[in-house]
Design a protein around this ligand. Structure first.
Ligand SMILES: [Zn+2]
Ligand SMILES: [Zn+2]
Length: 257
């Protein structure tokens, strides 16, 4: 493994992620909602910014892009074409499903996961997966521009990744999400244990992101739609109905059909 990844808090509850290739003093950043905290981290480690990787067009994920470009004009901005026309800065790489970017010899692979927005992507590099607002720790993003079936398909794809994958998501919603998860899936012991541990870590001001996919598979109800215990407690049968019921619990509204 050659990559190191550092979460950086931005705005009120967002995460940007700083990726570094120690050998080459090169850096990439995922979702800089704000430039200043990212610039401070780059300066402290004397890094050159090479990639600005945007998961989608929302300002809390790309608001720092222009300012970063002013400091690092050589940094290349990546965004999916479906979202690229909706931002006020130029996009250098229109990234699509299956494309790979090179970062100091490390491949960054693109997964197109439309639903939160039409152009939502996840970036996968070594064992890290940057999911933006598609998959959260213990939760799932809002279906602003897609259907329940689209999100179900996205979740199916993410479930199949290696269990040691580190889920690096765009917001710190872990505790709120775990509380919703516990309502939906009260019989899940692993979930109860995670909630206890997460409360303790939050009390110590520690980040709860990233989290291993293995833990998500055991405790995130959005990745457990086929679980009989979850379906029983929700009174649902089948994965689409279970996903819709979870959405109502998390967001107190019906999901788009
Ligand atoms: Zn968003
Ligand atoms: Zn967001």
């Amino acid at each position: 493994m050659t990559l190191s990844v550092e979460p950086i808090r931005t705005l009120t509850n967002n995460y940007a992620f700083l990726l570094t290739c120690p050998a080459a003093n090169r850096a990439a950043v995922v979702d800089p909602g704000q430039a200043q905290p990212v610039l401070a981290a780059l300066k402290a480690a004397k890094l050159q910014l090479e990639h600005i990787l945007l998961t989608h067009h929302h300002p809390d994920h790309c608001g720092g892009t222009l300012e970063l470009k002013q400091h690092f004009p050589g940094a290349r901005v990546s965004l999916h074409p479906a979202d690229a026309g909706r931002v006020d800065f130029p996009v250098d790489h229109q990234v699509r499903e299956g494309m790979k970017l090179d970062f100091g010899g490390v491949a960054i692979e693109i997964m197109h996961l439309p639903c939160h927005t039409r152009g939502c992507v996840a970036y996968r590099a070594e064992t890290f997966l940057f999911t933006g607002d598609t998959l959260f720790t213990a939760g799932c993003g809002k279906f602003f521009e897609g259907t329940t079936a689209e999100m179900q398909n996205n979740l199916e794809r993410l479930k199949k990744l290696a269990p040691e994958t580190m889920i690096c998501c765009g917001h710190e919603y872990t505790l709120e999400n775990l509380a919703c998860a516990a309502l939906a899936d009260p019989g899940n012991q692993a979930l109860a244990a995670r909630l206890d541990e997460a409360r303790q870590r939050a009390a110590e001001n520690r980040f709860l992101v990233p989290a291993r996919l293995e833990l998500e598979l055991a405790t995130n109800p959005f990745l457990r739609l086929d679980d009989p215990g979850l379906q029983k407690s929700l009174g649902t049968s089948g994965e689409p109905a279970t996903l819709a019921a979870l959405y109502r619990i998390y967001y107190q509204q019906n999901p788009p059909a």
